[in-house]
Write a protein that binds this ligand. Structure first.
Ligand SMILES: [Zn+2]
Length: 543
């Protein structure tokens, strides 16, 4: 129960002394049954009184200090060696603590949720007055929750320092919970963890050899599942590498599939003013608006009213009021989004019923998208809001609205990466132009046709988890003339059990990657202080 005075059944408030920057609560203990800490017998034989000072939760930003009159007692039990003892008030504070339990707990939450540096700033505003270091100590002192061993474990790596050192994240896929962070991605580290946490039945992982080895050593009975997304990523990379050796074919196909000269893009570019003058005009309008806003403000208009009147966001109005000069924009706003080349594809997937931003993001990455998952999430939010309520949170659903899509077309030789992607797609899903290009490409070389067919079949059998088609496919692909496909087959055979498991079980590492993203954000918010133990405490202990 929450009470203004901490532990009211143990304490009696005598008076409140109000000072400029703090309140002092003078209290004394009214605990009736006081037990000797040694023999646990109740004693009422008072020895003396003494004073303790404890910091408590602030009131309205004002620090609160508790002056506690506590008591010492005699223990009268004959066979007890404790002659005199101080009464314990465990609900109030630990024995020698200078802060109340609830203050420490609050500081711990603050540290875990906000971090040391930012937490210290928040604390100062609230009247706690603690340093970042104190908060960091609180985070370290947090009891990490005891997690039960997961049955289904997701394993992935995460960059402690990008490109230099990596750690491993372990996720309970059933409970959607990070269960541990490991300081590296070595096989033995994972093996040790698994040995100490016996009972893991299923392990999903990417196709890194170290994790395969670690899982084999640490949990030999567990079923390992290679992540389907990583398998498909490998496939796309294999086809891409294959196409890199066929670049002249790509050029020929691009030239042959080029439509008759059309200059629409050039014409429209001429009619548009160059971005610099457009930007200048935009800044002019902004300056005028800025002056209007400042004038209204001086005349006493409220931010809310001005936001309504000018159709601006309140944040912008506030920015204008606070800025001594009109904030200028240096770069045009409508820079091409990293998503632009993928919008059509995104719309198609959405219309097909894939409404999970995480899944869409993974697909886009296969196509060479380097933006963030939140960019995708934001973009599809407009479509999501148009969905019927029962579908809004659903991962997949029937066909709904087909969104409008902006198109950008370029007449260049497509990259091997894009070409690989188009080869792997169902052809009817491609734009007409891309379809023609793929057709021409296939006409230039029968080897490309064979690789395309093999790759498409493999992609389908992975996506649709057709386990029984895997072995025949392996046998056929092994006879391919392409070195790249042969290498791919050899890799699959080395990891055959895990790949087969990926076709039999629905578990995947998608969720684990989501947790890695959360971890990245947390790490970023911790600036230079993202020491491993702190990060781990925050990941595991934060709600
Ligand atoms: Zn005793």
């Amino acid at each position: 129960m929450k009470t203004i005075l901490v532990a009211p059944h143990l304490l009696k408030l005598d008076r409140i002394v109000s000072q400029a920057d703090q309140l002092r609560l003078v209290v004394h203990s009214i605990q009736v049954q006081v037990r000797c800490p040694k023999c646990a017998c109740i004693s009422s034989h008072l020895h003396s009184r003494y004073e303790r000072t404890l910091a408590d939760l602030p009131w309205e930003g004002i620090a609160v200090q508790i002056k506690l009159e506590a008591r010492r007692f005699f223990c009268d039990q004959e066979n007890c060696r404790q002659r005199i003892f101080c009464e314990r008030l465990p609900e109030l504070a630990a024995r020698y603590a200078r802060k109340t339990m609830r203050l420490n707990k609050t500081l711990q939450w603050l540290g875990l949720l906000v971090g040391g540096e930012a937490g210290a700033k928040v604390a100062a505003q609230l009247g706690f007055g603690v340093s970042a270091d104190t908060l960091l100590r609180r985070i370290r002192a947090a009891n990490l929750p005891a997690v039960s061993t997961p049955k289904v474990l997701g394993v992935d790596d995460w960059a402690k320092r990008k490109g230099q050192t990596y750690g491993t994240i372990l996720v309970d896929l059933e409970r959607h919970q990070v269960v541990d962070l490991l300081p590296d991605r070595e096989a033995t580290t994972l093996a040790n963890w698994l040995q100490q946490h016996a009972g893991v039945e299923i392990i999903t992982r990417d196709r890194a050899a170290a994790y395969a080895e670690g899982a084999r050593l640490g949990a030999p009975a567990a079923i390992q599942i290679a992540d389907r997304w990583h398998i498909l990523k490998n496939l796309t990379e294999v086809v891409e590498r294959f196409l890199q050796t066929k670049y002249s074919a790509l050029q020929v196909a691009a030239k042959q599939s080029r439509p008759q000269p059309v200059a629409t893009t050039v014409v429209s570019a001429e009619t548009k003013p160059p971005p610099s003058t457009k930007l200048a005009r935009w800044n002019e309008r902004r300056q005028a608006r800025y002056e209007e806003v400042r004038q209204c403000w001086q005349q006493g208009a409220t931010i809310k009213r001005m936001a309504e009147q000018f159709g601006m966001h309140r944040r912008t109005v506030r920015l204008f009021i606070r800025s001594e000069n009109c904030p200028q924009r240096l770069r045009p706003r409508s820079r091409a989004s990293q998503l632009d080349p993928h919008l059509e594809y995104l719309a198609q997937r959405w219309a097909d019923g894939c409404h999970s931003a995480a899944d869409l993001y993974r697909d886009l990455r296969l196509r060479g998208f380097h933006g963030s998952q939140s960019l995708v999430r934001h973009y599809v939010a407009q479509w999501r809001s148009a969905l019927p309520p029962e579908l809004k949170r659903a991962r997949r659903g029937p066909e709904t609205t087909k969104p409008a899509v902006t198109e950008r077309k370029k007449l260049l030789v497509p990259s091997p990466r894009n070409t690989a992607w188009w080869l792997l797609q169902k052809q009817e899903k491609l734009e007409a132009e891309q379809q023609v290009y793929v057709q021409r490409l296939c006409e230039t070389s029968p080897e490309i046709v064979t690789v395309q067919q093999l790759a498409q079949r493999f992609a389908r059998l992975v996506r649709e988890r057709r386990a029984q088609e895997f072995a025949p496919w392996l046998a056929e692909a092994a006879t391919s003339s392409s070195q790249e496909i042969k290498g791919f087959v050899a890799g699959l055979k080395r990891d055959q059990q895990a790949v087969e498991a990926a076709l039999r079980y629905a578990w995947s590492n998608g969720q684990t990657e989501g947790q890695v993203n959360k971890l990245k954000n947390l790490k970023r918010s911790m600036f230079g202080r993202a020491k491993f133990d702190l990060l781990k405490a925050r990941v595991l202990a934060a709600p």
